[in-house]
Design a protein around this ligand. Sequence first.
Ligand code: F6P
Length: 375
Amino acid sequence: MAKIKRIGILTSGGDSPALNAAIRGVGKTALGFYGMEIVGFRDGFRGLVEDRRLKLDKAALSGILTVGGTILGTSRDKPHRMLIDGRTRDMTEVIVENFKKNDLTALVCLGGGGTQKNALYLAKAGLNVITLPKTIDNDVVLTDSTFGFATALDIATDAIDRLHSTAHSHHRIVVAEIMGHRAGWLTLGAGIAGGADVILIPEIPYDVQKIADAIKRRSRHGTNFSIVAVAEGAMSIDDARAFKSAEGKRERARTLHDKKEAKNELAALEARHTGNTLRLARQLEDLTHLESRVTILGYVQRGGTPSPADRLLATRLGSACADLINEGVFGVMVAARGDRTEPVPLEKVAGKRKIVSPDHPWVETARRVGTCLGD
Ligand code: F6P
């Protein structure tokens, strides 16, 4: 009799809507369709190191499709650089041991860019690894989209819709900060869908004077309010130049001293960037003489019930993942490609980021409907 395949599964990185839908998609197909066993590891790679398990039987997989967050818990821990008792340690060997001890056929890692890198690392250490692309940022390469993005897009668009009526009533500028890390997909998508007057994304550095001019133009035409959708990673032309130069220094640094200096310079720039949205609102108030208010959407974008589009995507990818495990295909990310799914080698995904190209059709659309992009 053929040996029963046993799958381990974990969620890693920031939580995201539809993680549970994906766990269920993998689990139900593996369990019900292929007769495999499935076990969850808690809190990302740390749970695998500490061998903290959750049996994912039929009952555990039931009723989770619409639940936000992840029933497994998550963390941003990396296998090869994990804080253990106050010291950063490489825990790869422990993970390999626990993989064997649990008699796993495969390890499924659900996560964004960082998780793809960690998964490749474990694949190189000899484990059968397979990943799914999750993140509200939609910045994973070689997949049409990531699950979590559609829900966050709904939430951010709904927020812009709501901000419209209050901005309109008070004749104010409302600056809405939207997540997305270093990618502008969420802000651009929600900005277009919500009809923001200004959309600022990391990929297109802005000139604050040009934004103020666009707002003043609206005022001259009788519209005394504006909605500015700003990505958390968006920055002015000057700041973008400073970041680029510091990143260049870090890449070119050869000595320990130069590396440390470049790292400190980047850290200082990042610390300064934290208050960027508030600073931008103040600058716009000064330049336009219109009252400004800031709304930071933050973690609201990652919480709550996943949208039907995300549930569908996560279930499709999860189910396809179980198919691939059954076929013995490992070292890949299950990507969405049109109506189908496709295994993409982890080497092609890890360490890369899908950002908005300045001539992307969404950018063109925004410009055509008169949106100011700050450039
Ligand atoms: O990757 C998802 C994301 O929400 C980003 O948009 C954001 O920059 C980051 O995670 C926040 O991370 P954390 O949960 O660690 O604060």
